[in-house]
Design a protein around this ligand. Sequence first.
Ligand SMILES: Nc1nc2c(c(=O)[nH]1)N[C@H]1C(S)=C(S)[C@@H](COP(=O)(O)OP(=O)(O)OC[C@H]3O[C@@H](n4cnc5c(=O)[nH]c(N)nc54)[C@H](O)[C@@H]3O)O[C@H]1N2
Ligand SMILES: Nc1nc2c(c(=O)[nH]1)N[C@H]1C(S)=C(S)[C@@H](COP(=O)(O)OP(=O)(O)OC[C@H]3O[C@@H](n4cnc5c(=O)[nH]c(N)nc54)[C@H](O)[C@@H]3O)O[C@H]1N2
Ligand code: SF4
Ligand SMILES: [Mo]
Length: 700
Amino acid sequence: MEKRLAVCNLCEAVCGLVLTIEEGQVTGVRGNPDDPLSRGHICPKGVAIGDIHADADRLRRPVRRDRTTGEWTEIGWDEAFDLVADGIATAINEHGKDALAIYLGNPNVHSLGAMTHGGPLVQSFRTRNKFSATSVDQLPHQLIGHLLYGHQLLLPVPDIDRTSYFLVFGANPMASNGSLMTVPDFPARLRELDARGGRMVVFDPRRTETARVASEHHFIRPGTDAWVLLAMLNVLFAEGLTTPPPYVDGLAEVERMVSDFTPAAAERASGVPAEVVAQVAREFAAAETAAAYGRIGVSTQEFGLVCQWAVQLLNLVTGNTDRVGGALLTFPAIDAVGRGLIGRGHFDRHRSRVRQAPEFAGELPVAVLREEIETPGDGQVRALLTLAGNPVLSTPDGAALDRAVEGLDFYAAVDFYINETTRRADVILPPTSHLERDHYDLVFHLLAVRDTARFTPAVFPKGRDQRHDWEIFREINVRVTRRLRHKPSLRRRLKKSARLGLSPTFIIATLLRTGRSGVTITQLRKHPEGVDIGPLRPGQLPDRLFTKDKRIQAAPAIVVGDLARVRGQDLPDEDELLLIGRRHQRDCNSWMHNTDRLTKGRPRHQLLMHPDDLAARGLTDGSLVTVTSRVGSVKVDVQATADMMRGVVSLPHGYGHQRTGVRLGVADKVAGASINDLTDPERLDASGNAALSGVRVTVG
Ligand SMILES: Nc1nc2c(c(=O)[nH]1)N[C@H]1C(S)=C(S)[C@@H](COP(=O)(O)OP(=O)(O)OC[C@H]3O[C@@H](n4cnc5c(=O)[nH]c(N)nc54)[C@H](O)[C@@H]3O)O[C@H]1N2
Ligand SMILES: Nc1nc2c(c(=O)[nH]1)N[C@H]1C(S)=C(S)[C@@H](COP(=O)(O)OP(=O)(O)OC[C@H]3O[C@@H](n4cnc5c(=O)[nH]c(N)nc54)[C@H](O)[C@@H]3O)O[C@H]1N2
Ligand code: SF4
Ligand SMILES: [Mo]
């Protein structure tokens, strides 16, 4: 029996783990109490990390699908790489570089190798048809970071450990463990907030796990948060409660912009009483320290961009940005933002071919992927490469995307499961598992509530016939380039292959050595539990701004322009139903449904609905109902609960695995429907993010 320190990088909380290993198997998993960030925290998914590693259904070797019989066969790596390179190069040679579409799913940000090697691979194809989970997630945050602070990932993090007032819109960290706020051990941090007399106030259309433990929870009609947030800014200006720092410009314009968004108007749109809107704004301003935070519920909606702007503005105008207990910038040992490893972002440099949707940082909104595959003409997508991800379950109108993907000339996936999307692939290349790779978190140290650093060497050696994701990326690059008719210049090729030739761990060691933090790889190897750098530091602004003049322009034109759309919002009638999503602690987006540990127990796939809404339609709790939107229709069990706001129903995302027809192990126990068979790809916010929340549906 052996004890090994490890990391759980399944979600953004990146908890430190202590594994028990017996005969090459994980037989026990605990949270590591010595980890300076996660402090012993663990959730059920962390406990299941060994199950994924041991899962017999997890692919270890490449597989190829016969298009006529649909049968999968294991093949060797050499053959697999040739197939992938042939398929991709043929599409590019015959139809041009935009004929290849690439989709990067969420798990890429959780893999060191994908972070160091994914970018160079994707850039090497120079396709405009680049997509990722960003545009069904946090694109509004990134565009606002870019517009206000000059960098898409220069995002202040709520200082939850020291704040006295935590204002939360559209997030459920009790289930999600935080996002764009790496906050392992959220429950304990919240208890500490309570103990020091602090408060957490939550706005959510569902009484969530987080709402239950909040000091106050207010129901809010989906998609109407902009009204409430703008009215809070209105109150702050109207009552002279603003104390902005000197490096912010354009506040007179902001004051004008929000002047007609009164608490009364907010009440009409959102259902939140006007007194509550005004009261919360006053309390926020009066609190010794306060931090506003808005996540998925207020980014994957029609006014995601306005909401994320308003959340930043609440912190800024009350002087809470860059101060202890407010929202602070991190100072990670490898400052991927400061050192330019992650670009600043750019917006609308080009547009999608069919719908003319704007790019952000070189990516197009994934909601346009289907039409780019199906619409004939120059630049039509003929081949697809997905790197970790499942867009058929995770992007709007997944059923239509599924049909489009089926019609492609060629599709290759880098993934270790056959999922609802990769089942359409011609070839799947499986990378090593989470426990077989070294890990240093290039992304989540940037977004963590405390500055720490941790390097975790692989727990298990990779098998003889296995490849890391970065090795797969490197080989794809080499073999595709060899086959291209129009090759990049020799200089570019050499640069690319030099970059892809370095191992991720070597890159990390070099970045540490050349950084200013003083943390070295030797020190991190000696302290696998992690090294504490300390609480987040105030007083970093305006120095760390990426804006040209080191000032913040508080009223970006695109936000100003979008307020007209807010004013004209088509609000739902009394008897209409709006659909929202949810997450459960034991889910991980669309995957990890292949372990018994995470799928046993009570079913959790149901449509949640207020008992009055059920009664009004003559429906009964527990029955099978049909949910219909403009886009599609699904059948699912309904569960009555007064935790839902009236007029709002909720489905989890990442469900509906039974559609596949391929064996998904125990996944068929996780019945239910995919919420994204109902969501609408025509609904985007101003940044191009899919408005997944607040979809009009009928239930019968
Ligand atoms: N309606 C609705 N839709 C949503 C959301 C919502 O709240 N509501 N949430 C959105 C959000 S926030 C996100 S991030 C997206 C997620 O959407 P996606 O990124 O498209 O989907 P995931 O389920 O995260 O991807 C899981 C796949 O990645 C594979 N995988 C896991 N780890 C690795 C790895 O290390 N390497 C490789 N190569 N593959 C790996 C798994 O085997 C699995 O097949 O969904 C979005 N969709
Ligand atoms: N257990 C678990 N943890 C996860 C994930 C997972 O799938 N499972 N996924 C990870 C990923 S990729 C991400 S991005 C994060 C997301 O992290 P969170 O944003 O915390 O995720 P959710 O739990 O979906 O919380 C969104 C909340 O918004 C509410 N909501 C929906 N519409 C609206 C609206 O219009 N207005 C308001 N105010 N609220 C609304 C929903 O009811 C829900 O409670 O979680 C990460 N962690
Ligand atoms: S909260 Fe759970 S899934 Fe997230 S890192 Fe920690 S143990 Fe892993
Ligand atoms: Mo996400």
